[in-house]
Design a protein. Structure first.
Length: 193
């Protein structure tokens, strides 16, 4: 997710680690899928979790010269927190290469005149609204509501509007610490690249 403050990007790398409760609390039967791809591996949290679900999982990561927009594979499932600046391209590509796609986006991503015609052709089959605003930095939220937008060709995921349970206090505290640590590691590792 990309954040700006008075026209200035707050994170020029567009890397925002996803709190684990955001995907772990999704009410989805992951055993329905045999393969998955994570287009933005980042610090590997979603990728590792998909592997823990016994899914044959591959990934892309631009910082490792594995550009998702050049990936040519196919898979059952694509799930990611895409870079906001490329979300539309990621969705369009993902829907061609996977049976089921989940993208974590701002709810207000639905409301743009520039995406009006595109949305009519790419309407999601379901939305999983995060009941709590996530903290991608570990230092508070950005006052924006988020949801997993789902495009499912197989009916493995129920259509309609769903709500993701918020984290427990302990989960929230652990996720905040993990996200802050991931961003600190980014400063040391990736800024030099």
């Amino acid at each position: 997710m990309s954040r700006q403050k008075q026209g200035k990007r707050l994170n020029t790398s567009d890397f925002y680690p996803t709190p684990s409760w955001c995907y772990k609390n999704l009410d989805i039967d992951w055993s329905q899928f045999s393969s998955a791809h994570e287009p933005c591996r980042g610090d590997s949290r979603i990728y590792d979790w998909l592997c823990e679900q016994n899914l044959n999982t591959t990934y892309s990561e631009i910082r490792e010269d594995k550009d998702f927009l050049e990936w040519t594979g196919t898979t059952d499932l694509i799930i990611t927190n895409p870079p906001f600046s490329l979300a539309q391209e990621f969705i369009t590509k993902s829907c061609k290469q996977a049976e089921t796609v989940l993208m974590l986006l701002r709810l207000n991503y639905l409301g743009s005149i520039t995406r009006h015609d595109w949305w009519k052709e790419h309407s999601p089959t379901s939305l999983y609204v995060l009941s709590k605003r996530p903290s991608f930095t570990g230092k508070g939220t950005d006052a924006t509501d988020y949801a997993w937008f789902v495009w499912d060709k197989t009916c493995r995921i129920p259509k309609g509007l769903h709500f993701v349970s918020p984290p427990t206090r302990a989960e929230g505290t652990a996720d905040n610490a993990a996200c802050a640590a991931a961003l600190a590691a980014l400063d040391k590792k990736w800024i030099e690249v």
